[in-house]
Structures are given as C-alpha cells and as structure tokens.
Design a protein. Structure first.
Length: 218
C-alpha cells in the first residue's frame, strides 16, 4: 500500500514537473517571438529613418542648387560678440550669449545681449546665416514688401537704414517696438525694446557698428 502511494505521488510529481517545463518552454518561445518581432520593427524603423534622412538630404541639395546657395562658413560667434557694445542707447549690458549651430549642412552663428536700465529693456540679436541668406530674404516678408501702416498708437513700416532694407514697428501706448535689418544678405540685426521710446530704439540701432559687422563676413 505504501509503495503504491509512493508510485502515485511520484507520478503526480513528474507530471507536475512536466507541466512546469512545458509552461516555461511556452514562455521562452513567446519571449523569443517578441524579441524577434521587436528586432524586426526596429530594423524597419531604422531603414525608414535612413530613407527619411536621405530624402531630406536630397531635398536640401536641390534647394541649394535651385537658389544658388554656397557653403559659406558663418563667422565665429565670439567675433560677433565683440560687435555688441557695452552700452546701448545709454543702457548697460546685463547679459550676453552666443553659439554656432549646424544641421544637415547648414550652419548659423548667433549672439544675443540684454541691456537694462530701471524698467526699460533692449534685446539685441545678431545672426549670421552665411550661405543661406537668400533663403532669409525669401522667408522674411518685409525684405521683399513695402509696408507702411500707421495708427494713433504707433506704426509699422519698411525703410532703409545705411543703405540696407529694414523693418520698424512701434507701439507708443505700450512703449514697445522692434527694428530689424538685413546686412549684406547674411547678417540679421534685430533689436526689440520694452518700456522704451521710439528714439531709444533708433539710437540702439545706430550704436551697432554695421561697418565692422560687414567686415566680418569678408
């Protein structure tokens, strides 16, 4: 009787172990299948990404050829920072930064400075778009259009400063405005002010040494 009990117990033990082994095998097979599918999906995604970059690269190449864009190197942003005066329209520089970045063959350098006095503030940006300057003239509407608007609060217009096409906008009620200029189809000078007068904006643009900036591009 005892031996029969042990035999039955052994049978159930082996059967249970067999079931466990089968379950483990199923889990292992499922894991392998998932990993296989995952690798396949990642492979397809990588291929799609490579194709996308290839298409973008070809589009940019066509864009360069169509617009006769060369591969000019932008001026180092450290040299551009030297153009920024320590004071602008009587306001002291409080902060400045700069960088040169590039993506898919296009490189741009830019610098930025903040000038403050009491509650008045001026923000100056100078951007060197180097070889893509012609694209800037196409994308910035004010470089091609003649704008002349005026209201009781202020105005918006295109004009010429030192022989360069420029854009001016000022809101007298809010004492807020902007002056932007494109120098030699590559340098964008953008000045924006808060709690400033119209004259302070104009004086700020005059304080930027455009002649020295132009020389950096030669």
């Amino acid at each position: 009787m005892k031996s029969n009990f042990l035999l039955i117990l052994s049978f159930f033990f082996l059967f249970s172990c067999d079931q466990l082994a089968t379950e483990e095998q199923k889990k292992s097979n499922q894991k392998e299948q998932i990993e296989k599918e995952l690798k396949g999906n990642l492979g397809e995604a990588k291929e799609d990404l490579n194709n996308a970059f290839k298409n973008v690269g070809e589009a940019l190449k066509n864009l360069k050829e169509k617009n006769n864009i060369d591969d000019k190197e932008p001026v180092n942003f450290r040299e551009m920072k030297e153009i920024l005066p320590r004071k602008l329209s009587g306001m002291k520089m409080e902060d400045s930064e700069g960088q040169t970045t590039g993506v898919l063959g296009f490189k741009i350098s830019n610098v930025k400075a903040i000038y403050q006095e009491d509650n008045s503030e001026l923000e100056v940006k100078i951007i060197d778009v180097a070889g893509v300057g012609k694209l800037i003239t196409q994308s910035a509407a004010w470089t091609k259009l003649d704008i002349d608007k005026e209201s009781k609060d202020g105005y918006e217009r295109t004009t010429t400063i030192d022989g360069y096409k420029a854009y001016e906008k000022y809101d007298g009620r809010r004492q807020k405005g902007q002056i932007a200029m494109l120098v030699d189809d590559r340098f964008v000078v953008d000045i924006r002010g808060k709690n400033v007068t119209e004259q302070q904006l104009k004086d700020a643009m005059e304080d930027i040494n455009l002649r020295k900036l132009k020389k950096l591009g030669n």
